[in-house]
Design a protein around this ligand. Structure first.
Ligand SMILES: CC(C)(COP(=O)(O)OP(=O)(O)OC[C@H]1O[C@@H](n2cnc3c(N)ncnc32)[C@H](O)[C@@H]1OP(=O)(O)O)[C@@H](O)C(=O)NCCC(=O)NCCS
Length: 222
């Protein structure tokens, strides 16, 4: 006979609690991904008529993306990012970027002008990032003609609302620090902050904007 050490029981209980929390957090991501039409509850965010722009915004999951729009999104990304990727040391490979855009989890916001031509897109995902449920913004690019008219801000507000609606903790993005436009946009315009997971001494930082859901569950995780 004897008594199992109290420490061993505590460890077991802690592991059980951690597993329960991690299952709950994963369920949040799964539930967000299970929503068929993520933009449906945000009807007023499907149009942007301001500053001389009149665009319609649609949300498409990877499997709903037609080849033409996917290729357009790839070419726009390449146009803006290839040099930066090469200069910051990441290097650029068409195949890698295309594979990233085509991953099953990818979701897109596409903004189209009055002629239905695409003028901007966001690639994002509902995912666990370092164990926390987030909206991860992989890309946001606008054609030159529609830049600096508030559309980028509007598209990022949609991501923030999707995070809130789905009880996710934050919107996260990776920003290459030598990309001045990107740094200004995320830090100055959107008021993102450097995320706890951001590395030191790298060519990029991780930035984020929290939703109010963050506070409680993070506390119970620690
Ligand atoms: C960065 C981008 C997504 C912002 O979208 P947008 O609709 O132009 O931005 P908004 O009008 O909502 O906000 C403008 C803010 O973005 C930043 N910004 C955008 N273009 C900029 C530029 N050419 N130079 C400096 N800052 C710029 C500034 O903070 C600006 O604020 P300000 O106009 O008050 O100075 C868009 O300009 C773009 O696609 N640029 C080219 C591609 C690119 O750099 N993509 C990387 C994004 S991570």
């Amino acid at each position: 006979m004897g008594r199992k050490s109290a420490k061993a029981s505590e460890r077991k209980l802690k592991r059980k609690q951690e597993k329960e929390i991690s299952d709950q957090l994963w369920t949040l991501v799964k539930n967000a991904n299970d929503v068929e039409k993520p933009l449906s509850p945000l009807v007023s965010f499907t149009k942007y008529v301001r500053n001389g722009l009149n665009v319609t915004i649609e949300c498409r999951k990877r499997e709903e993306m037609d080849e033409k729009t996917m290729n357009w999104a790839f070419e726009l990304t390449k146009f803006y990012m290839q040099n930066t990727y090469e200069e910051c040391g990441w290097g650029w490979r068409d195949k890698d970027k295309m594979n990233e855009l085509k991953e099953d989890q990818a979701i897109f916001l596409i903004a189209r002008d009055e002629n239905a031509a695409p003028v901007a897109f966001v690639h994002f995902r509902f995912d666990l990032d370092y164990g926390l449920p987030v909206v991860y913004c992989y890309e946001i690019h606008l054609v030159k003609e529609v830049q600096r008219k508030g559309l980028g801000l509007f598209l990022m507000q949609i991501l923030q609302l999707l995070a809130i609606k789905n009880n996710l903790f934050k919107v996260v993005a990776t920003v290459i620090t030598m990309n001045d436009v990107s740094m200004k946009f995320f830090m100055d315009k959107l008021k993102f902050i450097e995320d706890d997971t951001s590395p030191d001494d790298e060519s990029y930082i991780i930035v984020c904007k929290h939703t109010k859901h963050n506070t409680n569950t993070t506390l119970s995780l620690t």
